[in-house]
Write a protein of this length. Structure first.
Length: 313
């Protein structure tokens, strides 16, 4: 007996969330019941690296896979017209090597209900082509989590992500102005991770809602200066360049601070200015010979650097 088909939809959706989307689609041909289930699965995950072998019989397997993804998204969009719960709330797409044009999705209405979006487009050669995210995605009011790899922001598109709480950018190409516009378009942002962004010179991280911030600079193209205007920031992880000039004077609410590979001549004054600091980590911080660490709430100290003497108060 087919006992799985007798389960409630929410349990079947949970089971199918552990199965590649391409297999979920194939299971839809089993019966009318399974076809209905496919149209209402909220989590979709496409990865050409894992699934390219399924299209090996095509003359151009990658293009066949990209077409499959486009068709899946379009079918789900159509199904929303007659199936009430046919919404995609979580979407992860991974492309390795050649990438299809993301503009194919610019007119899709599925962005109205997506809450979590993860797009990974890693190139396999030195000729990196950065694709712009469709403007429809940059104005998806339902998005709460956004993670992007190897994409670009040119600053020309309007950005309105009022529900976005978590933003992660890795190997993304953007300039200082585009970053500022992006943050302005995220008025509820609480977590921001920026890993090796290309094109930034003197970025300014400005946000009244940001609580967690992690920045890892590109070793080959570090920032000249870095300014923080985040008065409610509670946790900062920063891996920079020893020649950088960083300004943390506005970050009075920090409770956890981790600094790596930077030069801090006034580290003592910096730390003493954080009255709420509870955790401090220093890794390869240069030009620090003597340091006095004080703080009534300080509970954890990790020093992975060369310091002649340390005084705790």
């Amino acid at each position: 007996m087919d006992r799985i088909s007798e389960l409630p939809d929410h349990l079947i959706h949970h089971i199918l969330s552990f199965i590649p989307t391409i297999d979920v689609v194939r299971m839809s041909i089993l019966s009318r019941r399974w076809r209905q289930v496919w149209y209402s699965v909220p989590d979709l995950h496409f990865c050409d690296y894992d699934h390219i072998d399924r299209f090996h019989f095509h003359s151009q397997p990658k293009k066949a896979f990209y077409k499959f993804v486009d068709n899946c998204l379009k079918y789900r969009e159509r199904s929303a017209r007659y199936i009430a719960d046919s919404f995609i709330t979580k979407l992860r797409i991974e492309y390795y090597g050649d990438k299809p044009a993301l503009d194919n999705w610019s007119t899709l209405t599925i962005w109205r209900n997506i809450k979590e979006l993860d797009i990974f487009t890693e190139p396999q050669d030195f000729f990196v082509v950065y694709y712009c995210l469709p403007e429809a995605v940059l104005n998806a009011r339902s998005l709460t989590v956004l993670k992007l790899d190897y994409l670009t922001f040119d600053g020309s598109c309007s950005i309105s992500l009022p529900s976005l709480i978590s933003l992660s950018l890795m190997y993304v190409k953007l300039n200082d102005e585009a970053l500022q516009n992006l943050l302005l378009g995220c008025p509820a942002l609480e977590k921001f991770v920026l890993t090796k962004g290309y094109g930034l010179l003197d970025p300014k991280i400005s946000s009244l809602t940001l609580k967690f911030l992690e920045i890892i600079e590109d070793d080959h193209k570090p920032f000249k200066t870095l300014e923080f205007e985040t008065i409610n920031l509670q946790s900062l992880i920063y891996n920079g360049d020893r020649e950088n000039i960083i300004n943390l004077s506005a970050c009075k609410a920090i409770r956890s601070l981790s600094l790596s590979d930077i030069m801090l001549r006034e580290l003592e004054n910096l730390i003493c200015g954080f009255s709420l600091l509870e955790s401090l980590t220093l890794y390869h911080c240069f030009d620090v010979k003597h340091i006095r660490i004080c703080g009534q709430d300080l509970k954890t100290i990790r020093l992975l650097t060369v310091i002649s003497s340390v005084v705790y108060q």
